[in-house]
Design a protein. Structure first.
Length: 123
């Protein structure tokens, strides 16, 4: 199977070590089953790219990596539990586009990090 990376991503597949392809759903099931993801994949280009972008907004690499990990957890959790969360939070009537915008705004806020606080004369 000779798919370009863009085609792989667009078709909802992940390129794994040894050129095997699995769907995102299969990948998620493997993670939830406790399979060590480092044995499935040696690089994580999307996460690496996000960390590179987050570095400019954070004090150090660890803070940038934590921000990206938090956004990934937030996003994956929303995807996995969206029907429950919509119902439990009373958001059933919210249009999908509005919900996606709100999620994107929150994710961007996490990636940006805390806003600088006001300074005082003693600082």
């Amino acid at each position: 199977m000779d798919l370009k990376l863009a085609e792989v991503a667009r078709e909802g597949h992940l390129l794994l070590r040894g050129q095997r392809l699995v769907t995102e759903e299969q990948h998620l099931v493997a993670i939830l089953d406790g399979y060590p993801v480092g044995q499935m994949q040696s690089r994580f280009p999307v996460i690496e790219s996000l960390i590179d972008q987050a570095r400019t907004q954070h004090a150090d690499d660890q803070d940038a990596a934590l921000a990206v990990a938090n956004v990934a957890a937030f996003t994956l959790g929303r995807q996995l539990f969206e029907p429950f969360l919509r119902n439990a939070a009373g958001l059933d009537d919210m249009p999908n586009e509005q919900l996606r915008h709100a999620i994107g705004t929150e994710a961007a806020s996490i990636l940006r990090g805390p806003l600088p606080g006001p300074t005082t004369a003693s600082e």
